[in-house]
Design a protein around this ligand. Structure first.
Ligand SMILES: [Zn+2]
Length: 185
């Protein structure tokens, strides 16, 4: 592979989002894309709507290969109103649907279509009726257990998040300072 992820698809989606009143934009390299989108918006005012009011969002698993501070700045886990979205929804579809490959590969076209339609409808039904509610329960239990394990109070969490964000800014500034001094650029 000679090229990493490009901005093309993210930009294409970004152009469409303000019209649909979406407020989150998720991408696998959003940390780099966002700097670029801000530059574009400053040069071409017609693209300002792409960044105004938009919350850039990095998928949680993709973030594991970014710098640690990227995980603090960009992962939706730390954003309000993201409802614990992980930003890997396409990957979840791929992983679920790939299981049907071996089941449907010897079927006729009509049978395969019916089978996949039923599978997708069943999956959506499960998500609506169970998964979201179950996830709230699991997350609440996890929060309670973390709070008691680390002997915290719930009011301390925003303060801790503030400290984490300050640490992230200092680390990022330090790295950029080092990069400025480095002769290898
Ligand atoms: Zn990053």
């Amino acid at each position: 592979m000679h090229h990493g992820e490009t901005f093309r698809h993210t930009h294409f989606m970004d152009l469409d989002l303000p019209e649909k009143a979406c407020t989150f934009l998720c991408g696998d390299v959003i940390c780099r894309y966002w700097d670029w989108a801000k530059k574009v918006a400053s040069l071409f005012p017609e693209y300002k709507r792409m960044i105004e009011g938009m919350k850039p969002f990095l998928g949680r698993m993709h973030a594991k290969v970014h710098e640690w501070y990227c995980q603090i700045i960009w992962v939706g886990h730390w954003m309000s109103e993201d409802a614990l979205t992980i930003g890997e929804e396409q990957e979840q579809v791929f992983s679920k649907m790939s299981r049907y490959g071996s089941e449907t590969k010897h079927m006729g076209i009509a049978n395969r279509r019916d089978h996949l339609t039923a599978a997708v409808l069943f999956w959506n039904d499960q998500k609506e009726k169970g998964m979201a509610l179950k996830q709230i329960e699991i997350s609440n239990k996890q929060l309670e257990s973390d709070i008691s394990k680390y002997k915290l109070k719930i009011e301390q969490l925003p303060v801790l998040l503030g400290e984490l964000r300050n640490a992230e800014k200092e680390c990022k500034a330090g790295k950029e300072h080092l990069k400025d001094e480095s002769p290898l650029q």
